[in-house]
Design a protein. Structure first.
Length: 201
């Protein structure tokens, strides 16, 4: 998919070079990795046994990888060797409101498109009403929560790659997500509550 953007309305000619490479971007199709026999952490790290590797959204140095492996070994192990297949889509930034809405939830939509049923694995901090309410909108019912000081061992895991490069968005997915929320809130009666969203921007 090719995404095209108009130039900023208030741009000045001397700053054009800062934006020109972003006027058109190619958004590749998101891949779902199916991994077997893996260890997972609450920080969003995955350690695969075959082949041996550490999977993370963040680029890790060799020292970082060694640190992750040591952390996994030092924690209590939770084994889940049943036949359930879990989707692992969070990372160290997912807890933030922005990343939850525009990074995590689009990954879940991609997984739902490819899988007949999506079971999520999440740290217990995502039991917060903010996260649970939005997952209900997407129809997610099966969620496995684990303590953040534990490591989970799974037989089968689905790992969606990022839907777009950092700072970019897949219009089709974002519009679908918007429509899901819009239709959901039109269908229910809401009581008035005061909620404030504070953004660093």
């Amino acid at each position: 998919m090719i995404v095209k953007r108009a130039s900023p309305q208030n741009i000045v000619s001397k700053d054009e070079y800062l934006f020109s490479n972003e006027y058109q971007r190619e958004i590749n199709r998101t891949r779902l990795l199916k991994l077997h026999y893996v260890f997972c952490t609450a920080e969003g790290f995955i350690i695969s046994i075959f082949p041996p590797r550490v999977i993370s959204r963040k680029r890790l140095s060799i020292a970082d990888r060694v640190y992750v492996v040591k952390k996994v070994i030092s924690r209590k192990l939770l084994c889940n060797l049943k036949n359930e297949t879990y989707t692992f889509a969070f990372d160290q930034w997912t807890e933030g409101y922005f990343h939850w809405l525009l990074d995590f939830l689009p990954k879940i939509l991609i997984a739902q498109k490819e899988l007949s049923d999506v079971s999520l694995m999440l740290p217990v901090k995502f039991r917060n009403i903010l996260y649970q309410d939005s997952l209900k909108v997407l129809g997610i019912k099966n969620i496995y929560f684990f303590e953040e000081n534990k490591t989970v061992f799974l037989r089968t895991l689905i790992y969606p790659h990022s839907t777009t490069p950092t700072g970019n968005y897949n219009p089709e997915i974002i519009i679908k997500l918007r429509n899901l929320f819009h239709e959901h809130f039109l269908s229910i009666s809401l009581q008035a509550h005061k909620r404030i969203y504070v953004s660093r921007s």
